[in-house]
Write a protein that binds this ligand. Structure first.
Ligand code: PLP
Length: 390
C-alpha cells in the first residue's frame, strides 16, 4: 500500500483548481472565457535576455554541474542591482543565495528554522506557499489578519505577546499578493523592533518589488536599519523581468540565514543551469528599461480596469503595487459563490479571496495580466449582471 507521510496531507490544497477545471470545460465548449484569476505574466521575456541564454547554452562549461550555491557572477549581479536600486550593500559571497525561483526559498526557510511545534507568523490573506513550508516543517501557523482598516499591514501590537515569544519566523510580503498593498520604511522599522524583542526571523517576500504605481518605487525591507540582523528578503526575476518560467530567485540578507538556505538548496537542487545564471546576470546588470515599461503597462491596465469598475459601480481601493486588484464581493455572496457566478454568467474567472486565508473571505482577486481591452470587457460583462446598483 502506498501511503504518503502525514505531512503531505498538511499541504494546502490547490484551492483554485476546481474553478480552473470548470473554466477549461467551458473553453473546450467554445465559450470565450476571460481568465483574471491566475498570476502568470502574459508577456515574453525581453529579447536581449533570451539571446543571452541562447549564446550561453553552447558553453560547455555550463554542461557540467554548476558550483555549489551557484556562480559568483550572478550573486555579484544581484548585489549590484540592490546597490543601484535601493542603496543596499550586500556581500555577494555571504549574503546572497541563488534560489530555484523565489518559491523554494519561501518553503525552505521554514525547513531550515522551524522545529515541529514552533510558531510561524503568516499574513492572512497571503501567498499559500508560506503555509506549505510551515506544514512540511511541522510548524504551527499563527495568522496575522490584513484588513483594509489597517492598510493591509499586520497589526503587530495585536499579536499576543506569549504567541510572539514562541514564534520563530514571520513572513511579510509587500507589494502584497493578493491585496496590492505596499509597505513603508516606518512599518519595516516597527517589524524589526518587534522581531528583535521576540527573537523572530523575518522573511520579506519582495516578489513584486519592482511593481509600484503612481511614481512610487516600493521600498525593500533591506533598506530598513537593522534588517540584516533579523532577516532576509526573497527577490525573484519572475515578475520584474517576465521570467517566471526560468525559475531564478534569490535570498538576500543575514549571512547566518543565507548559509542555511545555501545548504538546503545544495541538497535539493545543486544550482541552476549555468546558461540561465549567465542570462539572469545580464537581466540584472543590462538595460533596465524593460522593467520600467512593464510597470507602466500594468499601471495603464490598472487604470483601465478601475475606470470600468467605476462605470458599473463596483467600489474598491486601487492597488499601489503588484499586479493584483483586491475587490470586495457584493453583499449576499461568499467569495466562492461570487467567483462561480462570474464564471457561469459572465465567462470571467477570478480568484476567490478565501483561498488566501479566512480574512480573504468577502473578496476576489483579479490579475492585470491581459490587455486593457480584455480587462474592460470582463468588467462590462460583469456590469450586465447588475449586481452593484443601488
Ligand atoms: N511570492 C509571491 C507573493 C508570489 O505571488 C509568487 C508567485 O506567484 C512567488 C513568491 C513565487 O515566485 P517565483 O516564481 O520566483 O517562485
Amino acid at each position: 500500500k502506498i501511503e504518503p507521510a502525514a505531512r503531505m496531507t498538511d499541504l494546502p490544497t490547490q484551492f483554485f483548481s476546481t474553478l480552473v477545471a470548470k473554466a477549461n470545460k467551458q473553453i473546450a465548449m467554445g465559450k470565450d472565457i476571460i481568465n483574471l484569476g491566475q498570476g502568470n505574466p502574459d508577456q515574453p521575456t525581453p529579447a536581449h535576455i533570451v539571446e543571452a541564454l541562447q549564446q550561453a547554452a553552447v558553453n560547455p562549461l555550463y554542461h557540467k554541474y554548476p558550483p555549489f550555491s551557484g556562480y559568483p557572477f550572478l550573486k555579484e549581479a544581484v548585489a549590484q542591482r540592490y546597490k543601484e536600486d535601493y542603496g543596499v550593500e550586500l556581500d555577494p559571497a555571504h549574503e546572497v543565495a541563488i534560489l530555484f525561483g523565489g518559491k523554494t526559498g519561501l518553503v525552505e526557510i521554514s525547513q531550515c528554522f522551524l522545529n515541529p511545534g514552533d510558531i510561524c507568523l503568516v499574513p492572512d490573506p497571503g501567498y499559500p506557499d508560506y503555509w506549505s513550508g510551515v506544514a512540511l516543517a511541522g510548524g504551527i501557523m499563527h495568522f496575522m489578519p490584513l484588513t483594509a482598516q489597517h492598510q493591509y499591514l499586520p497589526d503587530l501590537s495585536a499579536i499576543d505577546p506569549e504567541v510572539a515569544d514562541q514564534a520563530k519566523l514571520m513572513f511579510l510580503n509587500y507589494p502584497n499578493n493578493p491585496t496590492g498593498a505596499t509597505a513603508s520604511l516606518t512599518f519595516y522599522d516597527e517589524a524589526i523592533a518587534f522581531a528583535r524583542k521576540h527573537n523572530i526571523i523575518i522573511t520579506s517576500d519582495f516578489a513584486y518589488g519592482t511593481i509600484g504605481y503612481d511614481g512610487k518605487r516600493p521600498v525593500s525591507f533591506l533598506q530598513a536599519k537593522g534588517a540584516k540582523d533579523v532577516g532576509i528578503e526573497v527577490y525573484t526575476l519572475s515578475k520584474s523581468y517576465n521570467m517566471a518560467g526560468w525559475r531564478v530567485g534569490f535570498a538576500l540578507g543575514n549571512a547566518q540565514i543565507i548559509e542555511q538556505i545555501n545548504l538546503i538548496q545544495d541538497h535539493y537542487y545543486c544550482s541552476l543551469f549555468g546558461g540561465i545564471q549567465e542570462a539572469a546576470a545580464l537581466a540584472l546588470t543590462g538595460p533596465q528599461q524593460c522593467v520600467k515599461e512593464l510597470t507602466a503597462t500594468y499601471e495603464r491596465r490598472r487604470n483601465a480596469l478601475f475606470q470600468a469598475l467605476h462605470e458599473i459601480g463596483w467600489k474598491a481601493d486601487m492597488p499601489s503595487g503588484s499586479f493584483f486588484c483586491w475587490l470586495p464581493v457584493p453583499e449576499g455572496y461568499t467569495s466562492a459563490q461570487f467567483a462561480d457566478l462570474l464564471l457561469e454568467q459572465a465567462g470571467v474567472v477570478v480568484a476567490p479571496g478565501n483561498g488566501f486565508g479566512s480574512t480573504g473571505e468577502g473578496y476576489v482577486r483579479l490579475g492585470l495580466l491581459t490587455s486593457e481591452e480584455r480587462l474592460q470587457e470582463a468588467i462590462h460583462r460583469i456590469g450586465k449582471l447588475s449586481l452593484f446598483k443601488g
